[in-house]
Design a protein around this ligand. Structure first.
Ligand code: AMP
Length: 462
């Protein structure tokens, strides 16, 4: 059988092709192999795709292929449910666009001040990525025009509908040219999606990726618990037994997420909650600390975990069984990415029987109970190996990741191998360093200079 998953068999612009090679993208992922030829053919496409499937490149390459750089107008618009997803999409599109000069990708999301966005819009953009409400706001105030839009992408369409964005999406679509290409990506396909799709897309090609191709490396374990207290004990025992480097514990309610996090904190685990109560800043910091591995455990609700971008999550623990099987599959799909081995442990009570039956039917599996981990084992609590340092300077002070790395590893500094992820925001930056050198790193940053000045730096602790 001929290998039809090589990027080279697509007729991509040479600058996109050569950049893919530098990014190390060789084989297309299943969703890319099925959708890209159609996308490049100009077809409208509906694709089933989850985070981690490579969906961003599936539409990103399509819109970059069509882009006329010299025409400095909005030619592509990607609508996303959350700011985190929009940031993630913009990042990936910029990465894919590296081979083409001067492409301007702008994010326009709600929950952040208007001012800077207005400023950026005055300079124009080729591609806008953002949440429907905020983009509509700009449109209604005459700050953007969609008259030259040729590609419209709805990313995580199911989530956007869940979050009530349909009216805003409809209004945006009404302002876009009729002759455009529309691409819709969604993890799930509730009925509402079909009706939205039939309004927005023209004779769409449906792309479905068999679940087994996506999640072949995820093992599922189910544990029967007597009551909530028992669930807490099992959760703790599972963590001690398996010691995942990164694990999300999913809860159905905010209340449960606090209970689990408090319980784990009592035993000295490094865990953080991610739920709707967090302010944007706290949320940002939580996501950074989890992604840079200075916190191993995130206790999250489903809504709050949207847009969580972490490669290779080792484990998912379903502290509560999700309300519907689709969410269950979506949670488990966050582990075992890109062919890595991952596992999902689900805790259930007798009253969850109906939910388990739905999961069995939906996934075509037979659920059997796994043996409970030893509840009283006296293993020491394991700790992450990284520590996060926060620097009180960011993009606005012209601090770039390279400056931080330079300051840390310069004369008398620490080894570059000990430096982990660096995240630079507008007014602050975070850098993860190995715990063993954290104090040296802190001293180096405190006493050294970044962009010719000294910034306040501290260890972000529990
Ligand atoms: P996404 O599902 O778009 O969030 O992508 C998941 C991750 O896979 C991103 O970090 C991409 O950079 C990466 N990725 C996407 N396509 C490929 C590919 N064909 N080969 C290798 N990595 C890829």
């Amino acid at each position: 059988m001929p290998d039809n998953s090589c990027f080279s068999q697509l007729s991509l612009k040479p600058e996109l092709m050569s950049n893919l090679a530098t990014l190390g993208y060789e084989q297309m992922t299943p969703v890319q192999a099925k959708s890209l030829p159609q996308v490049l053919n100009g077809k409208d496409v509906i694709a089933q795709a989850k985070t981690g499937s490579g969906k961003t490149a599936a539409f990103g390459l399509g819109l970059l292929q069509n882009l006329r750089v010299k025409r400095f107008r909005i030619q592509a618009m990607v609508l996303c449910p959350t700011r985190e997803l929009a940031d993630q999409v913009a990042k990936e599109v910029r990465k894919l666009a590296r081979g083409i000069h001067n492409i301007k990708v702008l994010t326009l999301c709600g929950g952040v001040p208007m001012g800077p966005q207005i400023g950026s819009l005055e300079h124009g953009a080729h591609i806008i990525v953002g949440t429907p409400g905020r983009i509509l706001d700009h449109l209604e105030r005459g700050r953007i025009s969609l008259e030259e839009l040729n590609t419209l992408v709805l990313d995580e369409a199911d989530k956007m509908l869940d979050m009530g964005f349909q009216p805003a999406i409809d209004a945006l679509v009404a302002a876009a040219p009729v002759s455009r290409q529309s691409l819709l990506f969604s993890a799930t396909f509730p009925e509402q999606i079909q009706s939205v799709a039939s309004k927005i897309l023209k004779e769409p090609v449906m792309v479905k990726v068999d679940g087994s191709e996506n999640h072949s490396s995820i093992s599922q374990y189910f544990y029967r618990a007597d009551n909530q207290q028992h669930k807490l004990e099992i959760t703790k025992a599972l963590l001690l037994e398996r010691k995942p480097e990164s694990c999300v514990i999913f809860c159905n309610t905010k209340q449960a997420s606090f209970e689990v996090a408090d319980y784990l904190a009592d035993f000295g685990f490094s865990s953080l909650v991610l739920n709707g109560d967090l302010e944007q800043k706290q949320r940002e910091q939580t996501l950074v600390r989890f992604a840079n591995k200075s916190v191993s455990i995130l206790v999250a609700t489903d809504v709050a975990a949207r847009g969580l971008d972490v490669d290779k999550l080792d484990a998912v623990i379903n502290y509560d069984i999700a309300h519907d099987p689709d969410t269950h599959v979506h949670r488990a799909g966050r582990t075992g990415r890109a062919g890595e081995q991952g596992y999902a442990c689900s805790l259930y009570l007798d009253r969850d029987a109906q939910k388990l039956i739905s999961i069995e039917e939906y996934q075509n599996i037979t659920i059997t109970d796994s043996e409970l981990p030893a509840l009283n084992a006296s293993q020491p609590v394991y700790k992450p190996t990284m520590v996060t340092l926060r620097i009180d300077g960011g993009k606005k002070q012209k601090v770039r990741p390279g400056d931080i790395l330079g300051a840390l590893t310069g004369k008398g500094g620490i080894n570059g191998q000990a430096v982990g992820k660096i995240n630079v925001f507008d007014f602050c930056a975070y850098v993860a360093v190995q715990k063993s050198v954290a104090n040296d790193a802190l001293k180096k940053l405190e006493t050294g200079k970044l962009k010719g000045r000294t910034f306040r730096v501290w260890k972000v602790s529990q």
